[in-house]
Ligand binder design. Structure first.
Ligand SMILES: [Zn+2]
Length: 534
């Protein structure tokens, strides 16, 4: 069970007609149709008598007050948008709770303080750093929701069960909380407490381990607040008030959509320096708002650094999935005979971009200048599709090379530099060669360097026989450290198959029904060459 099936839908910004705390709670009456929900408690109304409705009201209020009293924020978007909650929602996603970018939805018994705080913080994140929900940026997104959700739980006077400090969602199922921020590695959670942990997830599932790897910044936060000896270091805790002030400044002033753990490390230290000797405010939802007597001192920032070092926040992760560095093109003693070369700097002569007109056609390979391997131009197919309801984004797009003459060669090699980040397992790229008028997919074992890294389903270029593709990301740990890498393909078995020795290549990208939201696929320098004895 995931706390927060946090959707990727994006909302329009409200124009800010409503300001101040404005809660609007509805009861879905144990069904999923929002149009059939009935009003159960709006701002200023007396208690409804329904515990879920009243709890959701109190806890969304606590969340509003935490961000407002501590940091002057006016609702999740800082524009005073209403906090809308639906309780007693029922569908196959239950038991759960989620924020969809516009409002909260709770299955029955789910309104709890840390849950409301967690989910509404996803809204705060969306309207501040807007961390993408994948890999390390996604783990930070999850961690900020745990940090502020738990801070609200600790600060308000509600639901303070014995031994519940640092447990997330302990009110839902008393036997087992969803996460333990203090001891992420313990059973049954087994989330990493350090970047060097064997529990650090390099998988592409759960959007790149967002609910797993959040354990690392979560543990750092616990050490910041409470201190302790961990992983060979001893931290003197600086307390909750200073810690949330530093975390909020980091989220709202420094981090950006692709920020990773290293960025968070630097941003937390910068935020601590910024706030040193400055006034900070009491974020207690019930009694807060006043300036605190305590001030962040330089020595506190040293403790923050020690806490971050204790969890190995800036350690390289998932290095075994990084692309292999390209070696020499030919063995020593041989020379490179280039048969075709295109760096895409002057118009990509003979290259054509197209797509299947029967499918979604509004995305295509286009010339890119924002991220290149050489010169100033490359190609990109964008994968930033989202909606899973309105539009079927199933698409099949092609970038086709001009003819390349392989006649007379015996072991030609196709090489190209590229980088990709797609919805792992669903959207991805494949390479094809045109043999006697037929497009044939280059097989995984034709690659001699950095071949297909995964399999896709649902996209038009996935088949039941061969679903191998470039999909997800090669080094999720360091995302979004976009970096071109080279792939090479041995074409020798295709040369005798083609009657005139003239072939073309097709860089084919497929998306399934919905939910791209990633960078896509960039392609730059392409060359076909053969190694010759002098
Ligand atoms: Zn979440």
């Amino acid at each position: 069970m995931l706390l927060g099936l946090y959707g990727v839908s994006r909302v329009e910004e409200f124009t800010g007609i409503y300001h101040g705390k404005d809660r609007r709670n509805y009861n879905n009456l144990a069904q999923a149709d929002y149009s059939k929900a009935v009003k159960c408690r709006f701002e200023g109304d007396a208690p409804s008598g329904d515990p879920d409705c009243d709890n959701a009201y109190v806890y969304s209020g606590d969340t509003y007050d935490f961000f407002n009293k501590g940091f002057g924020r006016d609702s999740y978007d800082n524009q005073g948008s209403p906090l809308i909650s639906y309780v007693h929602y029922a569908s196959e996603i239950c038991p759960n709770a989620f924020w969809n970018g516009q409002f909260m939805t709770y299955c029955s018994t789910f309104p709890h303080d840390d849950v409301a705080g967690h989910e509404i913080t996803h809204g705060v994140t969306e309207f501040s750093a807007n961390l993408v929900y994948a890999y390390q940026p996604g783990a930070l997104n999850e961690s900020f929701s745990d940090i502020f959700g738990e801070a609200i739980d600790l600060l308000n006077s509600q639901e303070n069960e014995l031994d519940s400090r640092w447990l997330i969602g302990e009110g839902i199922a008393p036997a087992v909380a969803l996460r333990d921020m203090e001891d992420p590695e313990s059973l049954p959670w087994q989330n990493p407490a350090t970047c060097g942990s064997r529990f650090y997830s390099c998988s592409t599932s759960d959007s790149g381990g967002v609910h797993t790897n959040s354990g690392v910044p979560n543990k750092a936060f616990v050490l910041m607040v409470d201190g302790g000896s961990f992983n060979g270091r001893t931290v003197k805790g600086i307390g909750l008030n200073k810690s949330v002030a530093i975390q909020y400044r980091t989220l709202s002033r420094y981090l950006t959509p692709y920020s990773n753990f290293t960025d968070d490390y630097e941003a937390l230290l910068a935020s601590c320096r910024d706030l040193t000797n400055k006034r900070i405010y009491d974020a207690d939802p019930e009694t807060g708002g006043a300036a605190l007597r305590e001030r962040i001192a330089k020595t506190d920032c040293a403790q923050v650094r020690t806490a971050l070092d204790a969890v190995e926040m800036i350690k390289a992760v998932c290095t075994d999935t990084a692309p292999t560095a390209a070696g020499p093109l030919c063995a020593s003693g041989q020379t490179v005979a280039s048969l075709y070369r295109e760096d895409h700097e002057t118009g990509s002569a003979g290259w054509t971009a197209s797509n299947d007109p029967a499918l979604y056609t509004a995305q295509n390979w286009t010339v890119a200048t924002d991220f290149v391997a050489s010169g100033t131009h490359a190609w990109r197919i964008n994968n930033e599709l989202t909606s899973c309801s309105a539009v079927d984004y199933t698409s099949d797009v092609y970038l086709v090379s001009p003819s390349v003459n392989l006649a007379g060669t015996s072991r030609p090699v196709l090489r190209f530099v590229h980088d990709f980040f797609t919805e792992s397992g669903y959207d991805g790229g494949t390479i094809e060669i045109n043999i006697n008028g037929e497009w044939v997919k280059l097989a995984g074992n034709d690659f001699t360097l950095n071949g297909y890294n995964g399999e896709i389903s649902g996209a038009p270029n996935a088949t039941t026989l061969d679903a191998e593709a470039f999909t997800g990301y090669r080094n999720p740990g360091s995302f979004p450290n976009l970096k071109y890498s080279e792939s090479r393909v041995d074409l020798s078995r295709y040369v005798p198959q083609d009657s005139d020795g003239t072939v073309q290549f097709r860089f084919r990208f497929g998306t399934d029904y919905c939910n791209g939201t990633e960078v896509g696929w960039y392609l730059d320098d392409v060359e076909v060459y053969e190694c010759k004895l002098p």
